[in-house]
Design a protein around this ligand. Structure first.
Ligand SMILES: [Zn+2]
Length: 383
């Protein structure tokens, strides 16, 4: 048997053009890196916008994008094929999710363990703040083998499929924010945009984390009913009427509904998961559902400036926090929850495309069953 020395990679040569399948050398892992044979890679709707030059030449900082030709792919899962000579505790054959969050490793934040706050924070296979890190880890999951640092690996239990693990990016983003909010027993938790890619995962996690009541907003009534069906006793949904142009306020119908669900108090915590293009008012409406002392976190993509009433924030003791991505340790938490059966990932509907159809996969992402559809590219099918 001769060792394989080359692989197929989907590479973007120019923004606005389709990706091309190229044959390139399989990389060698450095001493503290591993080589992963990719079995599935989750793709996100925003990747289609990135590739179509959404950021491209109009980027506020072109240094945020990887050098071309680039291999994208944010959520790779696979099997360890080879380990660097200093890698101690993970061996070839193990199944892993590769957390794409890269950091410099030696700045003040990295040294204190707050790696998500590294000023050079960069997503392998996507974009980020350091060209040097992008050059050191140029392999996104849309190819057959990638190198990754040993400390970025989440070991996967046998009962989580590669397809479900390829959703860990969304799940982890919600999970890290929900930990900041102390979502758990006795708590009422509202997910703003519960039927979307992030929001659905937040609902699944809230069930796993023991939240007593999970409230959710959305626009599509059929999708909302499908979310409620995950746990009809614990999940309540509210189809938000179109109130464009009307300012948010404590008298909003959403606020009245949330109070009616919480004996008049309002909810303990809010996670905003609204998609790109959603209005600042839609986010503010959700904040007004908070009880006195309640806390909110934002992982959504609202770009508008919030009409925030600082006096209301102060007098009601409201907390508002931004959150991006998750640590590898938080990824391990999720793997453990799936292994224990507390986190049920079976509601996800996998839609898998061979690597040879990566451009078709990106084009198809607007046609989805809300957050239930899980878009996967399978690099083992490259011909
Ligand atoms: Zn750093």
């Amino acid at each position: 048997m001769t060792a394989m020395t080359t692989m197929v990679a989907a590479r973007l040569h120019k923004y606005g053009e389709p990706m091309r399948l190229d044959r390139i050398p399989i990389p060698e892992p450095r001493a503290t890196d591993v080589l992963v044979e990719v079995k599935a890679c989750g793709i996100v709707p925003n990747l289609a916008r990135v590739v179509a030059n959404f950021f491209g030449t109009q980027a506020p900082d072109p240094k945020a994008m990887p050098p071309l030709p680039a291999i994208f792919g944010l959520d790779p899962v696979g099997v360890i094929a080879k380990v660097g000579e200093q890698v101690r505790s993970i061996r070839p054959g193990e199944r892993v999710y590769v957390n794409p969050a890269r950091k410099c490793g030696s700045c003040r934040m990295c040294r204190s363990g707050q790696t998500l706050d590294c000023p050079n924070f960069t997503f392998q296979g996507y974009f980020g703040r350091s060209q040097e890190i992008m050059k050191a880890y140029p392999y996104g999951g849309l190819c057959q083998f990638i190198t990754a640092p040993e400390d970025a690996l989440v070991r996967l239990p046998d009962n989580v499929s590669f397809e479900a693990a390829a959703r860990f990016g969304y799940l982890g983003t919600a999970y890290a924010a929900m930990k900041k909010l102390d979502v758990g027993p006795g708590q009422t938790f509202l997910v703003n945009g519960i039927s979307g890619m992030l929001g659905l995962n937040a609902a699944m996690l809230a069930l796993a984390m023991g939240a007593t009541k999970i409230l959710g907003t959305g626009r599509n009534a059929a999708l909302l009913e499908k979310v409620k069906a995950l746990s009809p006793r614990r999940i309540e949904v509210f189809a938000v009427p179109d109130r464009k142009g009307e300012p948010a306020g404590p008298a909003d119908p959403l606020v009245a509904w949330a109070k009616s669900m919480t004996e008049g108090y309002g909810v303990d915590s809010v996670l905003d998961c609204l998609p790109p293009g959603a209005s600042a008012t839609a986010l503010m409406r959700a904040l007004y559902t908070l009880r006195r002392g309640g806390r909110a976190a934002n992982v959504g993509a609202v770009m508008e400036v919030l009409p925030m009433n600082a006096f209301w924030l102060m007098t009601n003791r409201i907390g508002l926090q931004g959150s991006v991505w998750f640590t590898t340790g938080e990824g391990e938490d999720m793997a453990a929850m799936v292994a224990a059966g507390t986190l049920d990932v079976s509601p996800l509907e996998h839609r898998s495309y061979p690597l040879s159809q990566v451009n078709e996969a990106l084009a198809a992402m607007n046609d989805r069953n809300g957050g239930f559809t899980n878009f996967i590219v399978d690099p083992t099918r490259a011909e």
